[in-house]
Design a protein around this ligand. Sequence first.
Ligand code: GLY
Length: 353
Amino acid sequence: MRSIELQAAGGTSRITLGLPVTSVPNLIPELCQGRRITVITDGEVYALHGDRFPECNAVKIGEGEKGKTLETVHRVYEAFLSLDLDRSSFIVGIGGGVVCDIAGFAASTYLRGLPFGLVPTTLLAQVDAGVGGKNGVNFHGYKNLIGTFSQPQFVLCDFRFLKTLPMAEVRNGLAEVIKHALIGDRDLLSRLETERERILSLREDIIEEIVYASLEAKVGIVSRDEKEGGERRKLNFGHTFGHAIEKTMGLSHGESVSIGMVMAAKLSMAMGLLAVHDVRRIQDMIEGYGLPTATALDKESVIDALGKDKKREDEDIHFVLLDGIGAARIERLKLQELVEVFDDLCEHRRAVG
Ligand code: GLY
């Protein structure tokens, strides 16, 4: 078991890794300081693990990204109202990224903010959505357009939950682990290369090590720039193209970000920041984890989605490039510059080098 503390203006978050959460009696009630607990979860997580939740009311939301909306938050507020929640209440989100986002958003806005904690049950939520205090919902096709920065008081990562996930969902999380390695941790990258079989077999000891390293990279950045005025933008590596691909091509988040990371790596190479063998190394790594490095993209719709990226400022995008492996830098690029190189960035790998 290990823990990391994230200290930021939006609160202090203690992230604990490797505790068998639902087997330790009273763990969650004690972390909630004896307050009245309301759990937010989804039907699937409740069916698999609900019998081991702490004794409390559970509000269930629908599964999947399509439920990350204000309508879902509205229904959660109604449930809070009918449960008569007050300032002595504590909200606990138990589930994947959508549950973590909805629980954090509803908790941080209801009654002007209730304390909350998260138990992320997917690898993606353990290494990304559940940590860092961004709580948001999608709006009119824009991802995470509405939200808050507010830190969960605790995050409990229990790797036993990962055993009930489909492998495609595990890969979604691994794409974010690869991202953290590429932007800030060369040792993690080497470990991802040498320990691939153990990682893919979800051995808890190695999963704990890669999640810990991944979170150390993320927590360091978030504690220096919680509200994404600068350095936190590095965590969007691969996500500018990735979100546009996810929105238009119907690929999963991990698949889209993987393609987006390769496109960003190729752009870094074109700008003289990354060597061709580094791009190949990144492609090998991503392929080794069963994730795509390229796909036939509908250029017009991807470019259209890029133009609607909420992080765009006028005609500029804060684009994250790699400055060598394990280091990232942010460049303000014109949308038109990305349009001009788009075709080269989409080429399948035999065209590199
Ligand atoms: N998922 C990117 C961030 O937390 O900033």
